[in-house]
Write a protein that binds this ligand. Structure first.
Ligand code: HEM
Length: 129
């Protein structure tokens, strides 16, 4: 059983919380009929992506040395899907986009996030955490 330090827990929190806020915000906005993209959206999305990349790379560095067979491949899969989600989030900060196009980006962000979180859980399972 791998003991997680408080730093690990803080990193994991700082990795997951922005994902909830960003992806929830990008999707929730349309469900709550928010008429327009908030001016601060792009800054918030870029800030969140930087935090998730930073915490993600730091967790990768600490897991990689002892990671079992298959972990690196699954990490690569997770990383590629994460980049896709980041791209969708960034596109969703564009004002004045046709509603049907926004809907496509939102659905693509949700599906991408579902695959990312599955891969994340599988990574943890592979490490026996
Ligand atoms: C949309 C983007 C992303 C989402 C939603 C996401 C979500 C998650 C979640 C939920 C976990 C925790 C799993 C758990 O503790 O049970 C996790 C772990 C992790 N994430 Fe991400 N992540 C994203 C992007 C990234 C990126 C860009 C990186 C690398 C730069 C990354 C690297 C990691 C690593 C190394 C772990 C730990 C895996 C392990 O426990 O073996 N993530 N991620």
């Amino acid at each position: 059983m791998i003991m997680e330090t408080s730093v690990d827990l803080l990193l994991r929190w700082a990795h997951i919380f922005p994902a909830i806020v960003l992806i929830g915000g990008a999707i929730g906005g349309s469900l709550l009929a928010q008429p327009a993209v908030a001016p601060m959206a792009r800054g918030a999305v870029i800030g969140g992506i930087v935090v998730m990349l930073g915490t993600g790379l730091s967790m990768m560095m600490s897991a990689m040395a002892t990671a079992p067979k298959g972990w690196h491949m699954w990490f690569g899969i997770k990383f590629l899907f994460a980049l896709h989600v980041f791209a969708m989030l960034f596109l969703l900060t564009k004002p004045g986009v046709a509603p049907e196009k926004r809907k496509r980006w939102q659905i693509s962000a949700i599906v991408g996030t579902a695959l990312v979180v599955f891969a994340a859980e599988y990574l943890r399972h592979l490490r026996g955490a």
